[in-house]
Design a protein around this ligand. Structure first.
Ligand SMILES: O=C(COP(=O)(O)O)[C@H](O)[C@H](O)COP(=O)(O)O
Length: 332
């Protein structure tokens, strides 16, 4: 039994804790880790009956699902793997989950490299690309461009409060791309030098809205003002099926101490008598960029103006939103 009251393998709990603590982070990486964790649950299950095995798998999925609410790649991954659970015996069920998780992880990889080639087509020699946060889908486009011999430069927003921009900067330097790191507030000034804004996504809604790291929407508005095109790199696992029926995407609110730690709080309240209940910090982790500020969404199926993404969603999910991220209850 884990701290969340679910009967799951310790390795699944560890993965869930790492996702919650953002040691595993970024929508695609979270999906990959969740699929791997379900395979581990299947491999290590001590269930002696098929119904007990299924219950454990659904409990593991629930434990993973409850970690972070915004990246739809997480429930999409869990549902996809669970939907492949098939067999009459524990051994058959186990094999089906392990195979399905492997297939999922392979497809995720393939989709990202395909998307990378599509996105690289938007870049030309000498282009300067401004990034926000750290997105493996966005980086796949830049990697493909570098591999094609296209010379690019990057302006990397540091991305407060967790500074994921530093991860982006490190990766780009490894590939030999010249990088300028800026504070988030300097974006407007540096957009004058940028030819593209390139970001990832945690979820894409049916109306083409892009849900990504807090600060993305402000950057997109500024980019429109400056006439710099905004490209969103997002595999179809980021398409949010529930938004096809009018649901909105939950925005994660993280601990205020990420914004204002105890030392900073103490410095601000120095001289205030007693407990200063009047000082709070807000820490929404994501925001919503309306489709009118986005020029293109790049997926493994090609690139789309955001307003047309619903057509791709209908093609992939059908009217019943069954495919390819098949619906199946995460809990039993
Ligand atoms: O907003 C973030 C990460 O937020 P956090 O650091 O809070 O998880 C990334 O842009 C998307 O998840 C896409 O990443 P990827 O392209 O790797 O899926």
């Amino acid at each position: 039994m884990d701290d969340r009251g679910h009967d799951v393998a310790p390795a699944v709990e560890t993965t869930a804790d790492e996702i919650a603590a953002m040691e595993i982070r970024g929508a695609a990486t979270i999906a990959d880790a969740a699929a791997e964790a379900l395979a581990i649950q299947a491999e290590r299950s001590d269930a002696d009956r098929p119904d007990a095995f299924e219950r454990q798998l659904r409990a593991a999925a629930k434990t993973l699902y409850e970690t972070r609410p915004t990246a739809v790649s997480l429930p999409n991954a869990l549902r996809y793997v669970l939907a492949g659970m098939d067999g009459e015996t524990v051994a058959e069920l186990r094999a089906s989950i392990v195979d399905r998780a492997e297939e999922f992880r392979r497809d995720l990889d393939r989709a990202q490299s395909k998307l990378g080639s599509v996105g690289a087509n938007r870049l030309r020699d000498g282009d300067v690309v401004m990034t926000h946060c750290h997105s493996t889908d966005a980086l796949a486009c830049l990697e493909a461009a570098v591999e094609d011999g296209i010379e690019i430069e990057a302006i990397v927003k540091e991305t407060r409060p967790r500074l994921q921009g530093h991860i982006t900067a490190g990766q780009l330097r490894e590939w030999g791309v010249p990088v300028t790191v800026i504070v988030d507030g300097a974006a407007r000034r540096y957009l004058d030098r940028a030819d593209h804004v390139l970001v990832g996504a945690d979820s894409i809604a049916a109306d083409g809205s892009v849900i990504n790291k807090i600060g993305t929407s402000g950057l997109a508005v500024l980019a429109r003002e400056r006439g710099v095109p905004v490209t969103v790199a997002a595999q179809t696992i980021k398409l949010h099926p529930d938004t096809m029926t009018g649901h909105t995407v939950e925005i994660e609110r993280r601990d205020e101490r990420e914004v204002l730690d105890e030392e900073a709080r103490a410095a601000i309240t120095d001289g205030v008598d007693g407990t200063d209940d009047g000082l709070t910090a807000e820490n929404p982790a994501f925001d919503v960029t309306p489709p009118r500020y986005v020029d293109a969404i790049v997926t493994e199926h090609g690139q789309f103006p955001p307003e047309t993404i619903v057509t791709l969603m209908r093609e992939l999910f059908g009217e019943t939103v069954d495919e390819p991220w098949e619906r199946s209850e995460i809990t039993g």
